[in-house]
Design a protein around this ligand. Sequence first.
Ligand SMILES: O=C1O[C@H](COP(=O)(O)O)[C@@H](O)[C@H](O)[C@H]1O
Length: 258
Amino acid sequence: MRPEIHVSGDDVEMVTQLKNYLTKRLKYLLDMPGTIGIGVSGGSMPPIFTKALFACDADLLNWRRIRIFMVDERYVDKDDEQSNLGTYLKLFPPELAYVFVPIPICNDLSLTARLYEDNLRRILLPEQSGTSPRFDLLFLGCGPDGHTASLFPGDRAEHVTEYGWVGVVQDSPKPPKTRITLSFASLKFAKHSAFIITGAPKAHVVRAIWDRDNTLPASMARPYNDRLTLFVDEAAAKSLPSRDSSEESDSRSPQPFD
Ligand SMILES: O=C1O[C@H](COP(=O)(O)O)[C@@H](O)[C@H](O)[C@H]1O
């Protein structure tokens, strides 16, 4: 099944498309009981995601119910400018810092990953059956090398266990070298996943996701239930088949809700 796709001409249009998507999902999720678990990437995503979230109607932003998780984090203090969480904290009003699930960075990398996994289990599992995390919404970015979260191409991604929730990375090709990341298993059980991808250097990654090509982590992270939406700008969409091409004509589209 092909992902649902939204191509935008500029940032303003992309924010509007994302806001519409968030509005639809949040309305549905607020009618259901329990915590709304949202996973987000760092890198270039925080400003666009934050703008779209705060553009939603205030009654949808029920902060008591919403919890936001980093899908990966650089192994630095949250005050460090490389910190993904730190970037979001600078964009959110300080009184909403509690909405972010802490990653307890300590001087032991494995312990940091385990403590984060404990936090995920404590918050995500009580309302879920089984033993796998099920994020309600995942917003993923990617690098031009096809990495997503801190799952990098080649052996590195395979070293992050398929079964645990959180893995450690000690040889990231993109600085900083040391990171923690959600595993493929954690990403793939999401109820809805979306990629936010901009720029021509990532066009081949968008194409790989579109083609379900399993050679790049970003494509391998597609959810088991196939509920995947792409938000891309025109440059990132440039390697996709043209709209009237038969390559694109797959009429099956994901069910809107879980
Ligand atoms: O290092 C990271 O890179 C990816 C992609 O970042 P971008 O700046 O090219 O958008 C990001 O999704 C990930 O969370 C981050 O840790």
